[in-house]
Ligand binder design. Structure first.
Ligand code: 3PY
Ligand code: MG
Length: 266
């Protein structure tokens, strides 16, 4: 089976700089895949991506060696297994708040005896190899999002889940449950302390800790702090800011963003 390079990096103690695909388009995903990210995540939660678009995006990413991950909309075994069958090499699952949530999530990602994933890796065998089923439990990554105070309260129990490979911090949801400003790259001392607690606890158990960042500077800081997977913004955000910068570079002070509404942090 094709080796999961995210896992290899984690085993070598290295971090992955992860790209984030929210635009539901195979060419956008192909462009991202050729940009040099260590991994790419297709976002079916807050990205505008449905299953059929996600499949074509996986095919586009397959024009490179970049490992594809997927964030699913929720802890729902159906979509988790469909994304794995389509060739995702790991799943990031939102709102894993309890040990029960974690067991349900990991179980959907792994075949018997670790979990209850059903056999049928329709495209995954083409992408990852005909010996997929025998090796998938070792290569496929189950990454639980820690993004609430409830998850913080249950952190040790979640991290102890057999088969869990890593965690992924959602700073804005985490901040919401702490009554702090829901922003990426947070400065609020309580949110920063929670992020550091999660990173340290994951590293102590040999699990990978990921975090969603807005800027390359914050992402680099998180790698120094011990994160093993840092996402920088998203394809949509990078496109929007590069486009606005190009217009501004040409028009100078006359340039003016023209949002249709109040705009968004994403
Ligand atoms: C969050 O900030 O809550 C996220 O889920 C980022 O991906
Ligand atoms: Mg979130």
């Amino acid at each position: 089976m094709r080796a999961n390079e995210v896992k290899r990096r984690w085993q070598a103690g290295e971090a992955c700089v992860n790209g984030w695909c929210a635009i539901p388009n195979s060419f956008a995903a192909e462009l991202m895949a050729h940009a040099g990210w260590d991994s790419l995540t297709i976002d079916l939660q807050h990205g505008l991506v449905d299953y059929q678009a996600a499949v074509t995006m996986l095919q586009a990413i397959s024009t490179t060696a970049t490992p594809p991950l997927a964030r699913v909309p929720w802890i729902e075994p159906g979509i988790i297994q469909k994304m794995l069958d389509a060739g995702a090499m790991g799943i990031i699952c939102p709102m894993v708040n309890t040990a029960e949530d974690a067991a349900k999530f990991v179980g959907a990602c792994k075949y018997f005896p670790v979990g209850y994933r059903s056999s049928g890796p329709t495209r995954a065998v083409l992408y990852a190899g005909s010996d997929y089923i025998a090796n998938a439990n070792d290569e496929i990554l189950a990454i639980a999002m820690i993004e609430t105070t409830e998850a913080m309260d249950n952190l040790d129990a979640i991290l102890a889940t057999p088969g869990l490979d890593g965690v992924y911090i959602g700073p804005t949801d985490l901040a919401l449950t702490m009554n702090a400003p829901p922003v990426l790259d947070p400065k609020d001392a309580r949110v920063v302390a929670a992020i550091e607690t999660i990173i340290d606890a994951a590293n102590a158990r040999g699990l990978g800790a990921g975090i969603h960042c807005a800027t390359p500077e914050y992402a680099a800081k998180m790698i120094k702090r011990g994160a093993k997977l840092v996402t920088i913004a998203s394809d949509g955000r990078i496109l929007a800011s590069a486009a606005a910068a190009a217009v501004k570079a040409c028009k100078g002070d006359a340039a003016e963003a023209k949002p249709a509404g109040p705009g968004s942090a994403y």
